[in-house]
Design a protein around this ligand. Structure first.
Ligand code: BG6
Length: 489
């Protein structure tokens, strides 16, 4: 409940994620009155810093989204007063027991509910988990640990990480974040499907021709080349964000909204997936491009990337779920950096209406006249349905129009950042939107053989210009399954 105290320790407090996402999300929760009345936030990292310096650092990224009351500055000040800093090594039990003393002071002998956010490099993951969990069993209250990807880079390294974490923590204490699951429209997927009679019965191979999961960014790996080059887009986006959306999209109706019921269904989808063949994957890498007199750098122009890197910054894949509901339905994924726009969306293309009564009334190819449901996760959150409609007037001419639910028009509320929802869930012990270890295993089982084969064969990615629509190979891949990418019109 809201009455018990909680301490939140952000390990890796001076990192990018902490600055850009975690602290602002904590502030937003505070601002909205969602944090427990008694909360304390600790930044923990190796560098020396005073509480004041941490506060200054945090305050630079805090914004007030809704500031009608005009007391936002006030709230920022109050929030910052609850933020403290503790410097220490990530593997030092000694340093963590100092932190423990500080936390105890804030807990004042009452319940010790402790949330640790591990925003640290993968090589110190286990160390921090070990140190953070030291006192857990002797405390009255809960200790929970949020971890961020990369969860390894293949099945083996991921399993090793899981074993390492489980030496110190139970599965119930581990909160594996996939921030896409915290996005408003991803959360809404189940509502849209299971609470609408006009959708629920259609959600199968009987009516759905294909499903497309599309992620694009209009910027490159600027500054993150070091991390990115040893992972690549398949590990960075597909194996987690897009696959998680796919599992949620395709799962059987769970028996309840409980975390275990939902995750049980998701893991079944992941385990039903057909092994991915290298022929069903296209990889690309962006190259430099001059547009409007500006030179946009290629991936290998990044100083932190080896000049002969063949790491993909783009990938498209055709996946199949070999169960009764989805037999034969292609699930196409596409993810890329340095493309022409920033967008994440789910597109559901429906089958033809049998009979083609209006065949002659279309000004377009019938193939393009099927219904399509688009769930635009970002930006400009929206759900729209392409339907066929009669063009008003004499005669009989049809065209495609949108039934359009644009969030900005319909809802005046700001959409919370994914991290806000996920942090709040972790504080409240709600694990529905976090990845269970068997889900993680299944996700790696699907992608590991493919990744190994791509790497063993040294598959050279198709180059595409920075700011373009990506490699043409993605079209051939779709065409092979009789699919046209919906985002290209
Ligand atoms: C992260 C990836 O998980 O998601 C990044 O590591 C990517 O490469 C980011 O840019 C995208 O997240 P969002 O919420 O900005 O779409």
């Amino acid at each position: 409940g809201k009455e018990s105290a909680v301490t939140i320790t952000v390990a890796g407090a001076s990192g990018d994620l902490a600055k850009k996402k975690i602290f602002p999300a904590l502030f937003a929760l505070y601002y909205e009155g969602c944090l427990p009345k008694h909360f304390t936030i600790y930044g923990y990292a190796r560098s020396k810093m005073t509480n004041e310096q941490l506060r200054t650092m945090i305050s630079q990224t805090l914004t007030c989204r809704i500031d009608q009351s005009g007391n936002c500055g006030d709230k920022i000040e109050k929030f910052l007063q609850q933020c403290f800093y503790h410097s220490g090594q990530y593997n030092s039990e000694e340093d963590f027991s100092q932190l423990d003393k500080d936390l105890k002071e804030h807990e004042g002998g009452g319940l010790a509910n402790r949330l640790f956010y591990l925003s640290v490099p993968p090589d110190v993951f286990i160390d921090v988990a070990r140190c953070a969990s030291l006192r857990a069993s002797s405390l009255k209250g809960w200790t929970r640990v949020i971890v961020e990807k990369p969860f390894g880079r293949d099945s083996e390294s991921s399993a090793e990480l899981t074993r390492g974490l489980k030496n110190y923590l139970t599965e119930e204490q581990i909160y594996r974040i996939d921030h896409y699951l915290g996005k408003e429209l991803v959360e809404n997927l189940s509502v849209l499907r299971f609470s609408n009679l006009v959708f629920e019965p259609l959600w199968s191979r009987q009516y759905i021709r294909n499903v497309q999961l599309i992620f694009s960014e209009d910027f490159g790996t600027e500054g993150r080349g070091g991390y990115f080059d040893s992972y690549g887009i398949i590990r960075d986006i597909m194996q987690n964000h897009l696959l998680q959306i796919l599992a949620l999209f395709a799962m059987e109706p769970p028996i309840s909204l409980d975390a275990e019921d939902i995750r049980n269904e998701k893991v079944k989808v992941l385990r039903s997936m057909r092994p991915l063949h290298i022929e069903d994957v296209v990889v690309g890498q962006y190259k430099s491009h001059v547009r409007g007199g500006v030179k946009y750098p290629g991936y290998t122009d990044d100083k932190t990337v080896p000049s002969n890197s063949i790491t993909p910054t783009f990938a498209a894949a055709a996946l199949f779920i070999d169960n009764a509901r989805w037999d034969g339905v292609p699930f196409l994924m596409k993810a890329g950096k340095a493309l022409h726009n920033r967008r994440a969306e789910i597109r559901v293309q429906f089958r033809h209406v049998p009979g083609h009564l209006f065949k002659r009334s279309f000004g377009m190819d019938l193939d393009q006249a099927t219904n399509e449901l688009v769930i635009r996760v970002q930006p400009d959150e929206a759900i729209y349905l392409k339907i066929n409609n009669k063009v008003p007037g004499l005669g009989m001419r049809l065209d495609r129009s949108n039934l359009n639910l644009l969030y900005a028009d319909r809802y005046s509320r700001e959409i919370p950042d994914a991290y806000e929802r996920l942090l709040l869930d972790a504080i409240e012990g709600e694990r529905r939107l976090f990845i269970r270890s068997d889900e993680l295993d299944a996700a790696w089982s699907l992608f590991t053989p493919l990744l190994k084969e791509l790497e063993a064969r040294k598959v050279v990615p198709e180059l595409y210009p920075y700011g373009s629509r990506g490699p043409v190979g993605a079209h051939y891949l779709a065409a092979k399954y009789n699919v046209r990418w919906g985002d290209l019109g």
